[in-house]
Write a protein of this length. Sequence first.
Length: 365
Amino acid sequence: MKVLQILFPCAMGGVERIASQLLESNEKIDCYIGIDSKYYEAFVSYVHPDVERVIPLDCSSIRQTLHSVKKCIKTVNPNIVHTHARKEMVYVCLCLKRNIIHIRTQHMEEKPKIPVCILEKWILRKKVDLWIATSKRLANTYLSDQRYIKSANIDVIYNGASEGEKRVSYDISKKYCIVCRISKQKGIDILVRAVASLDESVRKNIRIDIWGEGEELKAVMDLIKQLRVENIFFYKGTTIDPKKIVVEYDSLLMPSRYEGLPLTMLECMSTGTPVATHDVGCVNEFIESGKNGWIINDAFTWQDFFMEDLTTYGYERMCKNVVKTYNELFSLEKMKNSYFDFNCLFHAIKDCYKGKKKIQWIVIR
């Protein structure tokens, strides 16, 4: 069996790392990726070096993109094409032959600048065979509300993350980190204002290191200077491995305005490092505030978090709960086994080749 993923990235982020993890083939499935040529070098250099299985696509125009996607599908001749976002999904729908299964993973809620038109709804209804949500929230609210999706059965496969070295120290240092692309979405300005509002007696004892860069870097630095916050520091870099960084800090901070299921959070959890995050995406499905992390909301604010007096014993117990959550829900093997459930995929392809492309939903566990 052959699986081809099509990617049109905006950056080398979580979705691209998930795709690279699914690129690793096994004895039953050969996997390939077709990727926008603008990001080909970055992908093979920083994300996945298997150049034989990564195919550059010319996406310089609509016409050229259609041609490249069609050519890629013809060259690989896959049984399954897998997409992760709206743009590549639509192109694949326009290029697919009848006897190829199309799987779409929905990573987060989408608010497209261009509304989904009637023609696009018809295409998606006819040409997407399997929809996978990365959280129960996405499955139960967002996907089930889309009338162009045949929602007889929406299954959930959580993202998986490769495992990092476990932390060996449980000493509390009041040092925290943020590892992300510095954009409006990530809400770093919210955190800066929260830190600025702390009493000096609390603020002087904490340190926050921000690892990353992006379009909002200058704006955030200007805000820090304006509010005279002296304990937030920046470390630039786009190829940072979060797993190697977070073990040096008490916790990872995620003040995002919106998220799906962030891969950085899962990578952090694999090391036993707890996360303090806004109540966004699906975090309340697996984080129990005070037990295996912290959910920041109106009832428990950033100010409450920074003032919390946690004992070494309590912190160690929380870190072990974090590892337990990762092992139960987010291990890389669990995700890959769910996607590569050969029996389910085999029956889908078997019926597809018989011309029975009426199976729109298959539970993959």
